[in-house]
Design a protein around this ligand. Structure first.
Ligand SMILES: Cc1cc2nc3c(=O)[nH]c(=O)nc-3n(C[C@H](O)[C@H](O)[C@H](O)COP(=O)(O)OP(=O)(O)OC[C@H]3O[C@@H](n4cnc5c(N)ncnc54)[C@H](O)[C@@H]3O)c2cc1C
Length: 472
């Protein structure tokens, strides 16, 4: 008899989702985590001063609340509470104004002047049917349940973000708003499929806001862990698995890791051939340089909108953002990086003491970068919020190698489990009918390196678990 029905290596949101889906279907499951803390990309910590809770990895969760799997779990019974910012996202420009993404498509469009109608028709039809679309787009390649809707989405989503934005928008505001969201793709914005990221995060932002977790992202992980344990699941921390051979016996082993690590863990157990070659050739994104600040006051944005926003995209016009993303993809460090910034404590007083605040930010850097981007990031914020630097009480910075040391999935500081361009989106981690199964009997991959890819939605883990259940 094997020790467990399933062993899951890694406790990121996908590992935990897989573990929950298996446990609630009656399997005995052990989750093994290298770190002392659980959660992978969903953790928080006091990294600056006592009482300041920073989301040290992910922070904004439109895809959790939009996830057909995670949104259905009873996590509220295990302490999960959502914080919905007044304005999901704002994007300041040099003239002191800002583009605004409201939950309402109508309100967002109305502020875009001559681009109102173009924005309305880009987002509106899909926001109305976001819940219908989610099972099709947060899934591996499959026969869609809403083929016409998906085809209409695909016509726009397959385009490069800059091409789509140049074609339909005339104003700096609309172009900056859309390209800033698309830049979450980590790719050159002139590459096909970058529009998909702009559309997906935009659609789910309108449908569900870009919410934070009350008290810190760790509370999402803790709720998932508590629910998993209530189903009889077991967890072992501080165990960095070096080889599949050291694992307890199980009918299925699920790896919440990326292809490079699968090769290391499997060694000779993984046969030669196309699958092994594909894992070897698997491509990773640029990395991130991460900064968390403890500050004495809210960020003093010149424009009004960013003062109300949960997330702020700091990088100026679409042209500037495109240049910044081009450079990081070519191994260069932009002088004016595109900065993703979040202000959780404006809406959640549990994050910082005495009316003080937390600010979360990062910029993209070449994979494996060793350059300190602190000054450039803070300069970009000062550009749109003069006086920001004077509010800083403490900061914690993390290089690409720090991220990888904390979480081996962050290869070279990357955060999304591998490039998600038009080729690797449909073939992650290797061209295969079932992307979760490997050629090794009973061994599966369940991380963001499988469809639907990066971000916190748990759907890679869920689909991997369904493959296991069907095999068992
Ligand atoms: C700085 C940063 C900001 C981000 N911002 C957002 C955001 O705002 N919104 C969003 O949706 N997404 C965001 N992301 C991306 C998101 O966090 C990831 O896409 C997601 O966490 C991937 O989940 P996963 O389960 O596949 O892997 P991970 O979350 O990376 O988890 C993998 C786990 O496996 C463990 N592990 C690896 N190897 C071993 C081993 N050999 N033995 C044992 N354990 C092992 C790791 O320690 C880790 O805990 C961000 C990520 C980072 C780092």
């Amino acid at each position: 008899m094997p020790d467990y029905d399933a062993v899951v290596v890694g406790s990121g949101p996908n590992g935990l989702s897989a573990a929950i889906e298996l446990a609630r279907n009656g399997c005995s499951v052990l989750v093994i985590e290298a770190n002392e803390t659980l959660g992978g990309g969903v953790r928080s910590k006091e990294t600056t001063l006592p009482g300041y809770i920073h989301d040290i990895c992910s922070t904004a969760y439109p895809l959790v609340v939009g996830s057909p799997f995670l949104s259905k779990l009873p996590l509220d019974q295990y302490g999960l509470e959502w914080i919905n910012p007044d304005l999901p996202m704002a994007h300041p420009l040099d003239d002191g104004s800002a583009a605004e993404m409201h939950t309402s498509v109508e309100r967002t469009a109305n502020r875009l002047g001559i681009d109102s109608e173009a924005y309305r028709s880009l987002m509106g039809p899909f926001v109305d049917r976001a819940d219908d679309m989610a099972p099709d787009i947060l899934a591996p390649l499959q026969i869609p349940s809403h083929p016409i809707l998906l085809a209409q989405f695909g016509l726009r989503a397959l385009l490069p973000a800059t091409l789509l934005a140049n074609r339909i928008f005339k104003t700096d505001h609309a172009q900056a708003l859309f390209s800033g969201i698309a830049a979450h793709a980590f790719m050159k914005l002139s590459r096909p499929l970058t529009a998909a990221i702009g559309m997906v995060l935009g659609i789910y932002g309108h449908r569900h806001n870009w919410p934070f977790v009350k008290g810190g992202s760790q509370n999402l992980t803790d709720a998932m862990v508590a629910y998993f344990e209530s189903l009889g699941g077991e967890i072992q921390t501080n165990w960095r698995v070096k080889s599949l051979d050291e694992l307890p016996t199980a009918r299925a082993t699920l790896l919440d890791v990326t292809p490079q690590q699968v090769l290391d863990l499997a060694g000779d157990r993984l046969p030669g051939g196309l699958y092994r070659r594909s894992l070897k050739r698997y491509r990773y994104n640029p990395g991130v340089f991460k900064v968390d600040w403890a500050v004495s006051d809210p960020v003093p944005w010149t424009a009004e909108a960013p003062r109300q926003a949960g997330t702020v995209h700091v990088g100026g016009t679409m042209r500037e953002i495109a240049i910044s993303e081009n450079m990081t993809n070519r191994g260069l460090h932009p002088e004016k990086p595109f900065v993703l910034l979040a202000q959780q404590s404006l809406f959640d007083s549990t994050r910082a003491p005495d009316g003080n605040h937390t600010v979360w930010g990062y910029c993209h850097v070449p994979n494996g970068s060793t350059v300190d981007m602190t000054e450039r990031i803070e300069q970009q914020i000062e550009r749109f919020a003069p006086g920001f630097k004077e509010t800083i009480l403490a900061r914690s910075t993390r290089f690409t190698f720090d991220l990888e040391a904390e979480n081996p999935n962050c290869i070279g500081g990357e955060i999304n489990g591998g490039v998600q361009d038009i080729w690797q989106h449909f073939t992650r981690p290797a061209p295969r009918w079932s992307p979760y199964r490997t050629p090794m009997d009973g061994v599966y991959i369940c991380s963001a390196s499988t469809p639907p890819g990066g971000g916190v939605h748990g759907m890679s883990g869920y689909h991997a678990a369904r493959a296991v259940l069907s095999d068992l």
